[in-house]
Design a protein. Structure first.
Length: 157
């Protein structure tokens, strides 16, 4: 599946569609994603701000997907844990950006090279268009080289 195709699927997927979540970009190299949560009458909470569950949902799958596509099929990648810290009420549309650096991929490959499981936290800030911080989301990923595989000199199995 291409990043463009996945973006289209996400934008029609009922949990995102009906929450007001829109995926604006998944980079062709699977290294970056940008997601928006629109504030609308149908997705506000009791005090008319962004619903906390939607703030978390807008960030949920992206770290796992980006890491999975960059490490390739020789690795098992799963979500392991998550945390959200609410900083300020979301009174307007909010955005989350995910940027996967080469150094992080190298770190994961090296740590998983012996076949051990690797647990790593990834942080995402949810902000308004003007840059006001609304929430911090942390996702912990489980990464492991599939059994029986050993990485080659370029880091791939």
């Amino acid at each position: 599946m291409t990043p463009r195709h996945l973006r289209r699927i996400f934008n029609l997927w009922p949990p995102f569609l009906f929450a007001g979540i829109r995926v604006h970009e998944i980079a062709p190299d699977w290294r970056h994603a940008r997601v928006q949560l629109k504030l609308a009458w149908y997705n506000r909470n009791y005090v008319r701000t962004q619903y906390g569950g939607n703030l978390f949902s807008m960030t949920d799958p992206f770290w796992m997907i980006l890491v999975m596509h960059n490490l390739g099929p020789d690795y098992v990648v799963w979500d392991k844990a998550a945390e959200i810290e609410f900083i300020a009420p979301g009174r307007e549309d909010v955005f989350a950006d995910f940027q996967l650096e080469s150094a992080v991929l190298d770190e994961l490959r090296q740590a998983a090279a012996g076949g051990d499981k690797v647990l790593r936290w990834f942080d995402t800030e949810v902000k308004t268009a003007s840059g006001e911080l609304v929430a911090r989301v942390r996702k912990q990923l489980y990464v492991r080289l599939k059994p029986g595989l050993r990485p080659g000199p370029d880091g791939t199995a």
